[in-house]
Unconditional design. Structure first.
Length: 264
């Protein structure tokens, strides 16, 4: 049974949570990493809710923002649908299995691996200053691109359903690396796949009844508003702006995961 109640009805607290959700939607739509803002705020404002309910509620809100961002991007930026849709399908199925594992198995053991992976991604992006600024010709054949894309989608989808932090960032870098596209197009394409992983995880969370619907939908409205402005900002400012914001969110995400690892 879905949990409908059990949250503090303080209007100020809900509005503050809405502000964090707005900012999370804006950041996530541009460079990924919105969960770095929204989930910790949710845990801080509603500490009495079970962690699994907070995860499900956060996923409901972020899914709505990601859906709006995907639609907005598709109207402004060309998306390689033939490559992206198979990835989205694979990621959705993988995310369901990942969420199934998350509901039954503690995921804290994954944190050291995530910290190491985030470190590698951040260093790689810093060292490659021209990465994602302009489109380049991919050295791989279309068949190899599709195979690499599906493999990455399965891995990232499983990870997002099970744990999640940095999924949007990993997807953006994967799109740049495999398809040779710039940050704007990578951010747009990543939203389609990220929406699929969110839907996959949501299916499991809904069936397990671990979502606080009123809180999640309230957050969703603010998250969608942030995503609306975020897409507009990304298209206007271009790849260099997204790259800077991408590295900033990566650094923040890495710091948060390292602190949590140290504390545990």
């Amino acid at each position: 049974m879905i949990e409908w109640f059990g949250v503090d009805g303080d209007v100020k607290k809900w509005l503050l949570m809405g502000c964090f959700s707005f900012f999370a939607g804006l950041i996530d739509s541009v460079a990924g990493g919105g969960g770095l803002i929204q989930l910790p705020a949710l845990m801080a404002f509603f500490p009495n809710l079970p962690v699994v309910v907070l995860l499900g509620t956060n996923k409901l809100a972020s899914s709505c923002g990601t859906a709006l961002a995907a639609v907005r991007f598709s109207r402004e930026v060309e998306i390689r649908w033939r490559s992206v849709l198979p990835m989205a399908s694979a990621a959705l199925i993988a995310a369901i299995f990942g969420a199934l594992i998350a509901v039954n198995v503690p995921n804290e053991r994954l944190r050291p691996f995530v910290v190491a992976l985030l470190s590698v991604v951040l260093v790689y992006t810093l060292l490659n200053r021209s990465l994602g600024e302009k489109e380049r010709k991919s050295p791989a054949t279309p068949a190899v691109e599709r195979l690499l894309g599906l493999t990455a989608a399965l891995g990232i989808g499983l990870y997002d359903g099970f744990f999640g932090p940095g999924t949007g960032n990993f997807l953006i870098l994967t799109m740049i690396f495999i398809f040779g596209i710039d940050f704007v197009h990578a951010s747009a394409s990543s939203k389609v796949v990220n929406l699929a992983t969110n839907i996959g995880a949501l299916i499991l969370f809904f069936s397990a009844g671990t979502i606080n619907v009123p809180l999640g939908l309230t957050m969703a409205l603010f998250n969608m508003a942030g995503a609306f402005f975020g897409v507009k900002l990304a298209v206007l400012k271009g790849s260099k702006f997204i790259r800077v914001l991408f590295m900033a969110t990566m650094l923040g995400l890495l710091s948060k995961q390292a602190i949590d690892l140290f504390q545990t």
